[in-house]
Structure formats: C-alpha cells, structure tokens
Design a protein. Sequence first.
Length: 134
Amino acid sequence: MVDFHDYWHSEIPMQVHSGELGVGGTPQWHPDFARWLGIDYYSERSDKNWDRNPEPRIRTTRAFRKLRNKAIREFELCYRVIVLGEPIPSAKDWLNARAERNNIPLPEGKAVHYDMNDTVLLLVSGVEKLRAWW
C-alpha cells in the first residue's frame, strides 16, 4: 500500500505547456503533462504509447482504473485509504454509512454491513488486485 501511495503522489510533471500552439491556437500541453492527465495525442488515445512509457505513476493509475471497472467497492476503499490517506476505521464507517444511505439490507446475523474484518479483507483483496494489474 505504501508503494502505491508513493507512486500515486510522485512524478507530477514540472512543465504544463510545451511552448507551442496546438489545434485552434491554444497552448499545447507538454507531453509529460498530457500523459499525466491521461491524454495520448500521438496515437488517438490508444494504449500503444502508454505501453512504451511504463512509469510507476502511469502503471498505478491504470491499475486503479482497472480496479474501479472490475471491483468498485474495493476501489473505493483502496482509493480512500491509499490515495487519500484515510484511516481504515474511518473508511469502514464511510462504507457503512454509504450502505445505509443506499438502503442496502443488512446481511443475516450482522449488526453492520462492514465490520473491521470485512473492511480489511476488502482492502487486502483490492491491494492484491492492484499488485497483479500493476
């Protein structure tokens, strides 16, 4: 989790514009900044250019996007804990409040939707998926 946190918050580009004019006369993004934003001008948003640039920040972003598409609850928890730095008990409370707000019925025999074991299990599962997709 610490590595993903560091990768997420590192490699912020130092230059926003390239000093040239783009389409329509507006300043063109610097390639590093465009890549950081997720824009790939050179191959019309295909993954070819991303594969040639396997920086840890880009790989981390792609892994988080894949987690968001495949397992939204694990993404929400991992994003809150890893990226935002929220403590796990606070994230657990947020998950429970979200479940109540969305009128999700309680599991049989449980007083809350997510206890600490459920939350840690979701977090470990999400981090394992991030590691596999990184």
